[in-house]
Design a protein around this ligand. Structure first.
Ligand code: P1T
Length: 379
């Protein structure tokens, strides 16, 4: 089955009870048993729920994986991955990543004796300098949030295999429409489903997809034991979102390109970060591992002018100033004070998250309206 068919049919079948084409929202916490242990596959909705199962199967299908797990948020999914580790273990992570992932690693798991090395991975060989006998996981976000760096998944997977460590890829920005990390050698693919997969800014959810049964069992144990699951109503919404993922992504990519090119031509704009530019340092890798370049675009104002950046985000009318990304509507964010405020200033500035950086999640509105909005806001 090809991708555009998988989004609609992959891992899905009519509900066994009445043949409902869309999985019903099984809004129940528990299930009747005829005798202790005598149930129809579900006992308690933290452990499993038919609507969540339908979603987990669909997620596995679109990521070309064997097992899907859905969580109450993207961070809950990341939390489950790190709980595979033990005190004393080490993780090599992308240095430019979502501020909440950084906070989870640095402010929660560090306390439990796990060491994180934040490394610029644009050159995959740099990762090897940080690998030792305690290293258990490489954590990659690509493209990165918000600097749009691209990391070579295949080359990183080769390093992970060589050193027998797990490779997890946060595929939130790309989505499986653009890249499928398991096919490139990753062990775990992670999503903030809140973003493009949900696609309508109406839910908060996370997901993991893996191929290996033993790894899936360990993650399922953590999911059930820690309990950060998503509910049936949100599972239904995410399933509905998946069905249009390919159509939405196509438009996000077209509009992302138009916005990036417009910004690059504007005299008041300094740098535009978008992997579709031939001048992007990892354009060749992006071209080889992604089908297109996505709808996320970051940029700075000329002379790193903070006041100018703030006036732009305040003046935008079609773009809404808000956290998050990946919905049908266009959003603008100021990473330094919003999504990445939990990263110390000197740390975030090392990766380019300066005070004038603006991040756009380019939606699927009419391209002309988006460009005109930027035009009037930048002046
Ligand atoms: O918000 P949540 O569903 O918990 O997902 C966390 C997360 C993980 N990974 C990436 C790449 C992300 O972008 C996020 C969430 N990001 C935002 C809310 C944001 O505006 O960047």
């Amino acid at each position: 089955m090809k991708f555009n068919t998988k989004t609609i049919h992959g891992g899905q079948k009519p509900d066994p009870a009445y043949g409902a084409v869309m999985p019903p929202i099984y809004q129940t916490s528990t299930y009747a048993q005829s005798t202790p242990g005598g149930h129809k596959g579900f006992e308690y909705s933290r452990s499993g729920n038919p609507t969540r199962s339908a979603l987990e199967n669909a997620l596995a299908s679109i990521e070309n994986g064997n097992h899907g797990l859905a969580f109450g948020s993207g961070l809950a999914a990341i939390d489950a991955v790190i709980k595979l580790l033990e005190p004393g273990d080490e993780v090599v992570s992308t240095n430019d990543l979502y501020g909440g992932s950084y906070r989870l690693f640095n402010s929660i798991f560090k306390k439990f004796g796990i060491t994180f090395h934040f490394v610029g991975m644009e050159n995959a060989e740099a990762i090897e300098d940080y690998i030792n006998e305690n290293t258990k996981l490489i954590w990659v976000e690509t493209p990165t949030n918000p600097m749009m760096n691209v990391i070579d998944i295949k080359a990183t997977a080769a390093i992970a295999k060589k050193h027998k460590v797990l490779l997890a890829v946060d595929n939130t920005f790309a989505t499986p429409y653009l890249q499928q990390p398991l096919d490139l050698g990753a062990d775990i693919v992670m999503h903030s489903v809140t973003k493009y997969i949900g696609g309508h800014s109406d839910l908060v959810m996370g997901a993991l997809v893996v191929n290996d049964k033993e790894l899936a069992d360990r993650l399922y144990f953590i999911q059930n034991a820690s309990g950060a699951v998503c509910g049936p109503q949100d599972s239904f919404l995410a399933l509905r979102g998946i069905k249009t993922l390919h159509v939405r992504m196509q438009r996000h990519c077209e509009n992302g390109r138009a916005v990036a090119e417009y910004l690059a031509s504007h005299p008041d704009i300094q740098d535009v970060y978008w992997p579709g530019f031939e001048s992007h340092p990892n354009h060749a890798v992006a071209k080889s591992q992604m089908k297109d370049f996505g709808g996320m675009v970051s940029f700075t104002t000329k002379g790193n002018d903070y006041d100018k950046a703030i006036s732009i985000v305040e003046r935008l009318k079609v773009f809404t100033l808000a956290e998050s990304l990946g919905g049908v509507e266009s959003l603008a964010g100021h990473p330094a004070s919003m999504t990445h405020a939990s990263i110390p200033k000197e740390e975030r500035e090392k990766t380019g998250v300066v005070d004038s950086l603006i991040r756009l999640s380019v939606g699927i509105e009419d391209q002309e309206d988006l460009i005109n909005d930027l035009k009037q806001a930048i002046g």
